[in-house]
Design a protein around this ligand. Structure first.
Ligand code: C2E
Ligand code: CA
Ligand code: CA
Ligand code: CA
Length: 275
């Protein structure tokens, strides 16, 4: 009955638990937070495995909330995706990252994560082109990271968008490789420049046989497709040495350094080579 439905709804509403109410409040608070400057970019260094030199940085977003303190991206990115605010936030991240990196003396590469909803946006490539023009950051130093799930949700759009991004000279990485359900098919269909092996396959190295086999075969596949390959979440010398031996040419992880605020990487990115 009508009455029963209303009762059920009222019950459901009252039944929202504390955690869920907090999440709703947080989702509604993001626009204010962006205006108040509570979002900050952190940068994590990326290294070549042979000489261990730095070649680039991945941009990782942080929220310093005025009351709640530091909120990690895994706690707010899904909320921003739910409300659609991720489109605004993601564009802000890209602009901020390009503006930061355009001022560096050293020509390091910059990796920026792109959410599925940004990929779904028809105007995404134009926005990227505008940001590169506004900031003067060279397209060939920008690498956009897409997850397989984001690509699979937007297959048709992804083909067109990747073609337009590649035409600009922007690089494209497949993020969290191996965690999707048809990673190989996706890899074959789209013009990636790089594969990023997910941390879940790196944490078991070198002892876990399955992780080792997955990493080995990913390196072989990337080589035969002519793609670069990077392992994320490298925490130990043993992991790094295993990866180098197996032909994985790039790595990122706490072993080299945690993500750091812009000011803390300034000494690296502005090193003029004179000691
Ligand atoms: P991701 O793209 O897979 O980023 C790698 C995550 O692993 C980062 O977590 C990084 O801090 C962490 N990490 C790096 N090295 C190590 C290590 O050696 N050990 C361990 N245990 N962790 C390591 P973070 O910064 O918390 O970001 C989590 C996720 O949030 C990212 O995963 C990405 O999916 C998302 N994210 C972060 N910033 C953005 C953004 O600007 N836009 C979008 N759309 N997503 C973002
Ligand atoms: Ca990433
Ligand atoms: Ca990952
Ligand atoms: Ca991820």
């Amino acid at each position: 009955s009508k009455r029963g439905t209303a009762g059920a709804l009222a019950f459901y509403d009252e039944d929202l638990d504390h955690g869920e109410r907090q999440m709703n409040a947080l989702a509604l608070d993001m626009r204010r937070a962006l205006e108040d400057g509570e979002f900050r970019l952190f940068y994590q260094q990326q290294h070549l495995t042979n000489d261990r030199s730095i070649f680039g940085f991945e941009v990782l977003l942080r929220w310093f909330h005025k009351d709640r303190g530091l909120i990690p991206p895994d706690d707010f990115i899904p909320l921003a995706e739910r409300t659609g605010f991720i489109t605004t936030l993601g564009e802000w991240v890209l602009r901020q990252a390009c503006a930061d990196a355009a001022r560096w003396k050293q020509p390091y590469q910059v990796g920026v994560n792109v959410a599925p909803q940004q990929l779904a946006d028809l105007h995404f490539p134009e926005k990227v082109a505008d940001i590169l023009r506004e900031t003067g950051f060279p397209a060939n130093r920008l690498e956009l990271e897409f997850t397989e799930s984001g690509i699979v949700e937007n297959v048709y759009r992804a083909h067109e968008t990747f073609a337009r991004l590649r035409a600009l000279g922007v690089k494209i990485a497949m993020d969290d490789f191996g965690t999707g359900y048809s990673s190989l098919a996706t890899l074959q269909q789209f013009p990636f420049n790089k594969i990023k092996i997910d941390r879940s396959f790196v944490s078991g190295l070198p002892d876990d046989a399955l992780s080792a086999a997955i990493v080995r075969s990913t390196v072989i596949i990337s080589k035969s497709l002519g793609l670069r390959v990077l392992a994320e979440g490298v925490e130990t010398e043993e992991q790094l040495e295993f990866l180098r031996r197996e032909g994985c040419t790039r790595a990122q992880g706490y072993y080299f350094g945690k993500p750091k605020p812009r000011d803390e990487i300034e000494i690296i990115v502005n090193d003029d080579g004179v000691f």
